[in-house]
Design a protein around this ligand. Structure first.
Ligand code: CU
Length: 173
């Protein structure tokens, strides 16, 4: 059995409401918050799910399936089981590529890169860090460790955001 049972979750039309504002404005002038392609920082009281992730020196994120729905707030609890520092950054593939570029430039200048972006968290060896994130749009994003060499060694995991309704119900009730 390859298909897992998926419960149909009523999301109360969150994504519909988001676009139901009066007068379609086409300019995305969200000045109050920096915009992230993968969503925005989540709020404590809105957490729908907790996903545990292990960051290992094998340059892997070990976790359960990272499939979420738009409108879902997830608290990621990331434990660094290794001896090296790691980080967990939620962004688009391109966004993470930019992070890595910035990090390389900073380190080339002799600086230390400390991520204080809301979509990123550092995890010291043996420590556990948390990141609460609200996924707003459908798409394929990734959680990545952008410490030089880590991503390249495979320290990235895909996050799929989709309205995964059970489309195979041939006979609707
Ligand atoms: Cu790492």
């Amino acid at each position: 059995m390859l298909l897992k049972t998926t419960f149909t979750v009523l999301t109360f039309g969150l994504s519909t409401l988001a676009f139901a504002g009066p007068g379609h404005s086409d300019d995305h002038s969200d000045d109050q918050q920096p915009s992230f392609k993968a969503g925005q920082p989540g709020m404590e009281h809105a957490i729908d799910r907790i996903i545990k992730v292990e960051a290992s020196d094998q340059m892997r994120f070990n976790s359960e399936d990272l499939a979420v729905q738009p409108g879902e707030t997830v608290r990621f609890v990331i434990t660094n089981s290794g001896q090296l520092p790691h980080e967990f950054v939620i962004d688009s593939v391109e966004g993470n590529a930019d992070h890595r570029e910035t990090m390389m430039e900073t380190m080339a200048d002799g600086g230390m890169m400390v991520h204080d972006d809301p979509n990123a968290v550092s995890i010291a060896p043996g420590e556990t860090s948390e990141l609460t994130w609200l996924f707003t749009d459908t798409g394929t994003f990734e959680a990545a460790c952008n410490i030089p060499g880590h991503y390249e060694a495979g320290m990235t995991t895909e996050i799929t955001v989709s309205n995964e309704t059970v489309a195979h119900s041939s006979e609707a009730g």
